[in-house]
Design a protein around this ligand. Structure first.
Ligand SMILES: [Zn+2]
Length: 94
């Protein structure tokens, strides 16, 4: 059975009102769902934190440039210089 757009909208509106009136039941339903689907929940959480960790490893760690001493956010974890110019200068000296 396909519902028309109007009917879907009506149903959504009804569900929203029902949820607002029955917060406890909604919460209970969700916590029951989580209990029944422990593996799924764990999988969601794992991918969530893995993704967060991956993001952080690129954006959060700042490195001090070996040549000019500026702090910068490296594109790669192994970067030691803020710019190619600093790398060239440093390599000439050493
Ligand atoms: Zn530099």
């Amino acid at each position: 059975m396909e519902l028309s757009e109007k009917a879907k909208h009506k149903r959504l509106e009804y569900q929203r009102k029902w949820k607002a009136r029955n917060w406890d039941k909604t919460n209970e339903y969700h916590s029951n769902w989580r209990k029944r689907n422990r593996d799924k929940v764990r999988e969601y959480q794992r991918t969530y934190w893995e993704r967060k960790a991956m993001k952080d490893s690129v954006t959060d760690v700042s490195v001090t440039c070996l040549e000019c001493g500026d702090e910068f956010i490296p594109q790669r974890k192994t970067a030691k210089f803020c710019s190619p110019a600093c790398r060239v200068k440093y390599n000439r000296k050493h």
